[in-house]
Design a protein around this ligand. Structure first.
Ligand SMILES: N[C@@H](CCC(=O)N[C@@H](CS)C(=O)NCC(=O)O)C(=O)O
Length: 208
């Protein structure tokens, strides 16, 4: 049994999508534990001392944290599911390239927008910080827009762990105050993402 610790609307969504898909389509035994964030008594602290999601607990009692580890681990559970790619292939490296990019560039770029208080306690400066964050994110989205040209999914023409992760962040575009018109490829990708059965299932699960 693999237990995923997640918080609704957080970046644990990607792991939620993948584990749900493995449970529904490939019989992987899974449990989904919803946890509150930023509360000192949250059970997430017993799993991840940083109090962050995603985290997973494995059969042998070990825990894993970090999207960059959890997503490839889940993607390897059932290779025939095609959610990742074989070690040593260019496809595998390409998936890892996307995961690294989302983790260190895209997620990081959301921080000044969502949590300006990390940068200064000066409330009057928060809008300015959010604005700088939006400028940086716009540059990254322009890069993604180009990379998506002619693609249905990011790697190998199938939905992989890289899509589960990137799509979560791209889905936020309409509420960022960034002009959507510049990003037709992202917009159509988000429609495909949001209607993918595993994404629909995880979205529904996070509502309850
Ligand atoms: N490097 C971690 C970051 C995880 C992360 O920042 N998770 C956020 C939700 S998107 C969280 O749990 N935040 C709670 C907090 O900062 O206290 C990863 O990519 O897995």
């Amino acid at each position: 049994m693999t237990t995923l610790y997640y918080a609704p609307g957080a970046c644990s969504f990607a792991a939620h999508v993948i584990l749900k898909s493995l449970a529904t389509n490939h019989g992987v035994k899974a449990k989904f534990e919803k946890v509150p964030l930023r509360q000192s008594d949250s059970p997430i602290f017993t799993i991840n001392p940083l109090g962050k999601v995603p985290a997973i607990k494995l059969d042998n009692g070990e825990t894993l944290t970090e999207n960059g580890a959890i997503l490839p681990y889940l993607g390897d559970l059932i290779p025939e599911a095609g959610l990742s790619a074989a070690a040593g292939t260019v496809e595998r490296a390409r998936i890892q390239e996307w995961i690294g990019f989302v983790n260190s560039e895209i997620h990081a770029a959301f921080k000044p927008i969502n949590r300006p208080e990390f940068y200064t306690e000066e409330k009057a400066a928060h809008d300015n910080i959010r604005g700088i964050g939006r400028e940086n994110l716009t540059k990254l989205f322009k890069h993604v827009e180009k990379r998506l040209e002619g693609l249905t999914w990011l790697v190998g023409n199938r939905f992989t762990i890289a899509d589960a992760y990137l799509g979560f962040w791209l889905r936020a575009l309409p509420r960022l105050g960034i002009s959507e018109d510049e990003f037709p490829n992202i917009q159509s990708y988000v429609v495909r993402y949001s209607t993918h059965p595993s994404v629909v299932a995880a979205t529904e699960a996070e509502k309850s």
